[in-house]
Write a protein that binds this ligand. Structure first.
Ligand SMILES: CC(C)(COP(=O)(O)OP(=O)(O)OC[C@H]1O[C@@H](n2cnc3c(N)ncnc32)[C@H](O)[C@@H]1OP(=O)(O)O)[C@@H](O)C(=O)NCCC(=O)NCCS
Length: 293
């Protein structure tokens, strides 16, 4: 199977990518991901495709998977959602969102008032008990409880989404011509999802939602291709812009959207008690499709 050139990959159809181990396993390369970018070892061109971790570590370029043997290449395509994708789409969303529980915990624990409370508690117990064991145990227990509570709250949010637009995907996204749901598929398996529907705030804006890519297919440009699919849909349907929301912990997603051309236009702390308490910041991004009227 011939690997396709990168420009065809970017078109989002019949794309060739190399499956990877999950992103966590990337640490064995021991260099920051950004620094892996360079020039293709075969053609000398600046590589923009996925980095070959299998053989040479060079980025693939327009020669199409220059350093990746054909047997290691797989094909992905982006297609419209079908009823049979229902379970896997919901699973991909739940798993993608659940990954943020540790980052949210770290975010909360590093809030100044939380650090202050933990330190005070530690010191009070240390002074009163004259032992290190009790304060260490108490702080550990509190952190574990906090982790559990945050995980529970986050799972409530995930369940809320599953009962909202992801309850009846066909009806929410596929029946109106201004909305749509796509999946990225590799060898008949769905590995990525994205949805689009008119924004609640402005009907000229298309809202990008439910972006998620399976862990072992990340960093290969699938999310970028899905974003471009939404942008081209917005263009065809005459929307002025594509907008989306991200949480402060979704840094990979923010970088991905920025690299596609989205610009952050506003940022605010969620106006709820818990939002204010833990400084839950939402960043809104926009991609202008057509010049404003
Ligand atoms: C965010 C997510 C969709 C990205 O999917 P992906 O297929 O890995 O992204 P792509 O390969 O298309 O995009 C890669 C770009 O994203 C950014 N990026 C992705 N992972 C990154 C990482 N670990 N470190 C730095 N940048 C990263 C970079 O800008 C990168 O561009 P580059 O390859 O030119 O450096 C994926 O991580 C995911 O599903 N996360 C969980 C769900 C989620 O957060 N959804 C977004 C809701 S708003």
């Amino acid at each position: 199977m011939r690997p396709l050139p990168v420009n065809k990959r970017k078109a989002g159809f019949n794309n060739m990518v190399t499956p990877r181990t999950p992103r966590d396993a990337k640490s064995d390369v021991n260099i920051p991901r950004r620094k892996q970018r360079g020039h293709c070892s075969s053609t000398g061109e600046r590589g923009r495709g996925p980095v070959c971790k299998v053989i040479c570590g060079a980025p693939t370029c327009t020669c199409g998977g220059c350093c990746v043997p054909e047997e290691l290449m797989v094909e992905y395509k982006i297609r419209s959602y079908e009823g049979s994708d229902y379970e896997v789409v919901r699973d991909l969303f739940s798993h993608g969102m659940s990954e943020y529980i540790p980052s949210i915990c770290i975010h909360v624990v590093t809030r100044p008032w939380v650090l202050f409370v933990l330190t005070c508690m530690f010191l009070c117990l240390l002074v009163s008990s004259k032992s290190v064991i009790l304060p260490v145990l108490a702080v550990t227990l509190l952190l574990a409880l906090g982790r559990h509570l945050l995980g529970y709250c986050w799972s409530l949010y995930i369940n809320h989404c599953l009962k909202e637009d992801l309850q009846d995907i066909q009806k929410t996204y596929m029946e109106d011509k201004g909305s749509h749901f796509w999946v990225a598929e590799v060898e008949d398996s769905v590995v990525g999802t994205v949805a689009a529907k008119p924004s609640d705030e402005n009907q000229d804006e298309l809202q990008l939602k439910r972006m998620s890519v399976r862990n072992d297919f990340r960093g290969l440009g699938i999310a970028k291709a899905l974003s471009r699919e939404v942008i081209s849909f917005a263009r065809q349907r005459g929307y002025q812009s594509v907008v989306l929301n991200t949480l402060m912990v979704q840094r990979e997603a923010q970088r991905m959207y920025e690299s596609v051309g989205f610009k952050k236009y506003t940022e605010f702390v969620l106006p709820t008690v818990y939002g204010q308490l833990v400084d839950l910041t939402i960043s809104k991004y926009r991609y202008d499709v057509l010049p404003a009227k």
